[in-house]
Ligand binder design. Structure first.
Ligand code: SF4
Length: 696
């Protein structure tokens, strides 16, 4: 199959292309200029970032034409470890033949598919369809499960829908109070920080809740530094004070919500001094936050990974949604609850079918009506679609086991760096009969594969992304891909054909998007009225957008919530604390996070020459450093029940003395973190486990 027959998009003939950054969920608009040497220019009219970019965005072209770029399919000889270049037909034929052999021996679920939150909507949709239609496997999930599934689960239960922000980001400029729980927005998505600054210029107040005093906290009016895992108890304490002070919006609660009374009773036990004992946040600071919220007419509560990547992450988000509901905020202009998504298409990636439990349009795979609708669009029988599969980490844990998949296809994910308890995940990958990885470069995961397929990247392909606001944007191809490289859509179509798919798969992104729109029609994430032309003309279109004459939905919940009775749900939740409490052998909390210059597993950004790559480090408070006899820059050994990591120490006053922080962009720290899962979202507890630190 050649690119011509699969309809690879031709890059536009104009010299400048309006497109979007390859990295995070802000999906900043940018212009690309020049073909052979491509430069990034501001796109000031795009409203989310108004021409501003962080250094990752300004240097994003550094991976185009990179010397480590893969340009031919590679097959590895397991006995010698040697790689051989093969033709595309040879590689796809080999993969299909090996997949058929695995399925003949182990059944359809012997093959699994693992996607990514950076894939375009079209790729995520096609990957889910490949799994269900061409491979007939239920074993499909993606790394977004590790990103924001706790917020997704909580939002769906409480508000009836999972869209990161239910309003455009610019709305926070007009809020009286913005509370950021577990978000280091100034480093993870710096252009978004301008909206916080304008909020303060307009007289609003910004509150940051984070165990570290981050650059985001430096621009805040109030910083609360709870112990990792303390965010839920803090929310309960805030609710206690709002009730005690008579600041609950009783009319809103009575007319727009259900479930408040049991929450009111439960929070009676969370007086500020108890919150202080559990979280380490002084009782007066808890009162200061409650006072700010009580005085605010328009309050925005935002959570991010710091609050969500816990074994009690869903409950933590539910507790903060309870706060927003008690104040009567969701649905009010310039107010409400939202989640700051992480990966570039963390939002769209979970809406169109690459999750184990979902079909396109945010439909549940075990809903008979949803199965019938999607099967009709795909041209197959509903009964032919498999049921619910394993969630991401459970899928990886099952690889190579007696009941688990024996072959894995990976698109857009560097699992051995990004998965929790990564040593065990690597062992599971090595136990497979077949590992196939599609990537731009030889990532740590690709290096373990039997077959590596080189694929196009952002500026070489067209496709849609859905940013943290639910705004569907269009990444447009600007320059041709290197010879020998194919798009993921071409790979999926080629494999589907070779696996004897009963229906054809298009590799043309606009055709795939049109089909995605039909498959999503009537679902929660309804894209039926969105087209590439509309996105170009309107700076993106907010879903739901059910028809061509629908304006899209920038703001949700003004009149009702998408629940059976139109009301939001309060949830009574209990603080449980981290799955691993500190003890004599492991007396500290280990928490992880990001740095400004790197993105996710670093497979891309670590290769961009103009981005600093200082490697991993451990942030320690001076009191802790003195106790273990370590000075700034000296090596320390961070040890948990799962392993140990040697990194240089950074001695800083910005972290709690009982906590150590290590960024996760490099191979290592995710081998240490706990794989305890949130019972509702199946999110692993990346953000806290028990650890010790020694000079070393
Ligand atoms: Fe790219 Fe995110 Fe930086 Fe914007 S904030 S330039 S989308 S990495």
């Amino acid at each position: 199959m050649t690119p011509a027959t699969t309809g690879r998009p031709s890059p536009p003939t104009v010299t400048a292309t309006e497109t979007h950054c390859p990295y995070c969920s802000l999906q900043c608009g940018m212009r690309l200029e020049g073909r052979r040497t491509t430069t990034v220019q501001p796109w000031a009219e795009f409203p989310v970032n108004e021409g501003g970019l962080c250094r990752k965005g300004w240097t994003a072209t550094g991976l185009l034409g990179h010397r480590e770029r893969l340009t031919t399919p590679l097959v590895r000889d397991r006995a010698t470890g040697a790689w051989s270049a093969v033709s595309w037909d040879g590689a796809l034929d080999l993969v299909a033949q090996r997949l058929r052999a695995v399925q003949a021996a182990h059944g359809p679920d012997g093959v699994a598919v693992f996607g990514g939150g950076g894939l375009t909507n079209e790729k995520a949709y096609s990957l889910g369809k490949l799994a269900r239609v061409a491979l007939g496997t239920s074993q499909v999930d993606y790394n977004g499960r590790w990103c924001m599934s706790s917020a997704a689960s909580a939002s769906t239960r409480a508000l009836g829908i999972d869209r990161g922000l239910p309003f455009p980001l610019v709305d926070v400029e007009h809020a009286d109070v913005v509370v950021l729980v577990g978000s280091n927005l100034a480093e993870t998505m710096p252009p978004a920080a301008r909206h916080l600054d304008r909020c303060r210029e307009n007289g609003g107040r910004v509150v940051v809740v984070d165990p570290r005093r981050t650059p985001t906290a430096d621009r805040a009016d109030l910083l609360l530094q709870p112990v990792p895992g303390g965010d839920l108890a803090l929310a309960l304490g805030v609710l206690h004070l709002l009730v005690a002070g008579g600041h609950v919006d009783e009319e809103y609660v009575a007319t727009r919500t259900v479930g408040w009374e049991s929450v009111r009773e439960a929070v009676a036990a969370w007086w500020p001094e108890r919150v202080e004992r559990v979280t380490g946040v002084a009782a007066d600071e808890v009162r200061a936050l409650a006072d700010l919220l009580a005085a605010g007419e328009r309050v925005v509560v935002l959570t991010a990974r710091g609050a969500e990547q816990h074994a009690q992450g869903s409950d933590t988000v539910l507790a903060w949604i309870d706060v927003a509901l008690a104040l009567g905020m969701p649905g009010k202009p310039y107010a409400g609850y939202g989640c700051l998504t992480g990966q570039g298409n963390g939002q769209g990636g979970r809406e169109h079918g690459q999750k184990a439990d979902q079909l396109p349009g945010y439909r549940l795979i075990d809903d008979p009506a949803a199965r019938a609708h999607v099967a009709a669009v795909w041209g197959v029988e509903p009964d032919s679609l498999p049921g619910r599969g394993r969630s991401a980490y459970e899928l990886l844990e099952a690889l190579g086991t007696e009941d688990g998949p024996r072959a894995l296809l990976v698109h857009g994910s560097n699992i051995v760096v990004s998965a929790p308890h990564a040593t065990r995940v690597q062992e599971r990958l090595e136990s497979l009969d077949l590992l196939v990885v599609c990537d731009l470069v030889m990532s740590e995961t690709a290096a373990l594969a039997d077959v590596v397929l080189p694929v196009t990247q952002w500026a070489e392909e067209t496709g849609t992304m859905t940013n943290l606001e639910g705004r569907v944007v269009l990444r447009q191809a600007h320059r041709p891909a290197p010879d020998g490289v194919r798009s993921d859509l071409e790979v999926i179509a080629g494999l589907a054909e070779r696996m004897g798919s009963p229906v054809p798969f298009s590799a043309d992104p606009e055709e795939v998007f049109d089909e995605l729109g039909r498959a999503s029609a009537g679902g929660r994430a309804d894209y039926a009225g969105i087209t590439y032309d509309r996105i170009r003309a309107e700076h993106g279109v907010f879903w739901p957008c059910p028809s061509a004459d629908h304006p899209g939905t920038p703001r949700l919940f003004a009149d009702s919530f998408p629940t059976p009775d139109g009301r939001a749900r309060f949830h009574t939740v209990e603080h449980r604390g981290p799955a691993e409490a500190p003890c004599g052998d492991y007396p500290l909390h280990l928490t992880t996070g990001r740095v400004l210059a790197q993105y996710q597993s670093g497979a891309q950004t670590r290769r961009v020459r103009d981005l600093p790559d200082d490697g991993a480090f451990a942030e320690l408070h001076p009191l802790l450093a003195a106790r273990i006899g370590v000075a700034d820059g000296m090596a320390v050994r961070v040890t948990t029940r799962r392993g140990s990591l040697r990194v240089p120490a950074r001695v800083v006053t910005t972290i709690r003395p009982d906590t150590v922080f290590v960024p996760f962009h490099w191979l290592g720290v995710n081998r240490l973190v706990n794989d305890a899962l949130d019972p509702a979202s199946r999110m692993p507890e990346f953000k806290v486990c028990a650890a010790r630190v020694e000079a070393g």
